[in-house]
Design a binder for this molecule. Sequence first.
Ligand SMILES: [Zn+2]
Length: 288
Amino acid sequence: MMSEILSFNRFFITVVVTFLISQPSYAFPRNDLKPGGVAIINVAPVTQEKPQVSYRKKPVAIIKGKHNWLALIGISLSAKASSHKIKITDANKQSHFKSFRVRNYHYRTQRLSIPNKNKVNPNKKSRSRINRESLLKKKLQNTYSNKQARLSFMRPTTGRDSGRFGLKRILNKQKRNPHSGMDIAAPSGRAVKATESATVIFTGNLFFTGNVIYLDHGNGLLSLYAHLSKINVKKGQMVKRGQVIGKVGSTGRVTGPHLHWSVYLNGNTVDPALFLKKKDNNTKSLQK
Ligand SMILES: [Zn+2]
C-alpha cells in the first residue's frame, strides 16, 4: 500500500514537472479582443513572403510565428463591439481582407482626488500648453519604425498595482478620459527599467504626464513611463531590456508617487498587462 502511494506520488510529480517544463516561454502578448486589447491574427503561412497588413489605414506589426505570419493589432479603448477589418497585402501586391470581432468589456470606475486643481480644471495658459502637447503626444504614439518588434516585456518597476488600465475616471468628481496605462505605486526614487530593448524617441516634461520617456520597440510598439522624478536617458539613445532609464516620482497629474506605464500598438493605447508573463502581473491587486 505504502509503495503504491509512493509510486503514485512519483507519477504525479513527473506529470506536474513535465507540464511545467512544456509550457511555452512567453513571446507574444495575450490575444484579447476587448477595447484596449490586442488581436493576434494569422495572416499567411511562413512558407510565403511576409505580407503587409493595415488596420484603419495604419501599418500593423507582423511577427513570425511557428507556422504563420501573425499580425498584432492594438484595439482602441473606444472601439465598438463589432466586426473589425484588416487589409492583408502579399508580395505580389494582391490584397484581401480578414475580420475579427471585438467583444464587449466593462471597465470599472475609479474616483480620485487630485490636490492640484489646475491639473483637473486647467487655466487658459495651461490649456494652450495641453493643446500643443496633445498634438505632440499623438505624433509620438503613432511612431512606426521598421525594426522588428521586441516582445519579451518585463515589469518596469516593483510595487502594488494602484490603477488598472482602462478604468473610467472621475477626478475631483468630474468625468475625465479613461486610464491609458497601468499605475504601479512605488516610493519616489525607485528605479524604472525599460520593459524591452528600444530606442528612446522622446524625453521631457508634459502637463499631465510630468517627466516622461517614450521608447520605440519597433513596428509601432511603444512604451511610455510617466511622473518620473529623474530621467536617465536621452532621445536617440538605445536601451536594453531591464536598463534603468529613470526614477519613480510624482511629477504631472498625480495623487502621489507612482509609475504610470503605457503601451501603444499601431497608435492605440493597449492593456500593458497583456504583455507581461502571468507571474509578473500583480494578480493580488488585479483581482477585484
Ligand atoms: Zn496612470
